[in-house]
Ligand binder design. Structure first.
Ligand code: SF4
Ligand code: SF4
Length: 231
């Protein structure tokens, strides 16, 4: 398709960055299959598909841009219809589409006033845990309430839709421009707002910081490491 196209647009966060399923790059292919479907007892199972309707699992998940040249990206899980329309309209007019450039915190608009306290109440993976809290102030930054929010390391442009529902951001828009390493951006950003030692309470920094963008990171893929050792 790339060869036949004058212009290629990666649509959605999976196409742009690899998406959530890209976290499987941390594991061997056979491990992934056994984790999902149980012990197959067949080491060749990973090389074959489960049925003729389902393609065999590839060695790793890759963003489109690592396979062919991509001209523009429209991130989002899912991408906003308005964003798709804006990009298409610009391309039809022969213009360069411009996506929002800042971090989600700008779009969010919640109050940020206090320095965070490095306590065990700072919740590392908030999506289940934050529901256990008695109250979340909808006007106040999640981080200041002890709930991890990925807004610091995420591109704006989703209209802050989770935050408007009083749910912290998980980073589905991918990293802001100029920060392809979303997890590293998270660590860097948190280190600047947490007092020293605060990061030690994070339990799953890769699964949190790279939830949507693992395949576009420079972290080596397990499958690639295996192939190198075979050679
Ligand atoms: S960290 Fe989250 S809640 Fe806080 S300002 Fe940024 S996007 Fe909003
Ligand atoms: S708030 Fe975060 S997780 Fe929710 S849609 Fe926006 S970028 Fe995605």
């Amino acid at each position: 398709m790339g060869e036949q196209s004058n212009l290629l647009v990666a649509l959605g966060t999976c196409a742009c960055f690899g998406g959530i399923s890209g976290l499987r790059n941390l594991y061997q292919k056979q491990e992934v299959i056994e984790s999902c479907y149980g012990q197959t007892g067949d080491n060749n199972q990973a090389e074959t598909s489960f049925s003729e309707d389902v393609p065999a699992l590839l060695d790793s998940v890759q963003p489109v841009g690592k396979i062919v040249k991509v001209d523009y990206q429209i991130p989002g899980c899912p991408p906003l219809p308005g964003t798709i329309k804006t990009v298409l309209q610009a391309l039809i007019k022969g213009e360069v589409p411009v996506l929002p450039q800042r971090s989600l915190c700008v779009e969010c608009g919640r109050q940020q006033k206090e320095l965070l306290k490095p306590t065990r109440e700072f919740i590392s993976d908030s999506v289940i845990s934050f529901m256990e809290l008695e109250e979340i102030d909808p006007e106040k930054c999640f981080l200041e309430q002890g709930v991890l929010c990925m807004g610091l390391a995420t591109r704006e442009g989703c209209h802050a839709r989770c935050l408007k529902g009083n749910v912290p951001c998980r980073g589905c828009m991918g990293p802001p421009p100029g920060a392809m390493e979303q997890g590293a951006k998270l660590i860097n950003s948190l280190a600047s707002v947490l007092p020293a030692g605060g990061l030690m309470f994070m339990e799953d920094i890769v699964g949190t910081g790279y939830r949507y963008a693992m395949p576009s990171s420079i972290i080596p893929h397990i499958s690639c490491k295996e192939n190198e050792s075979d050679e």
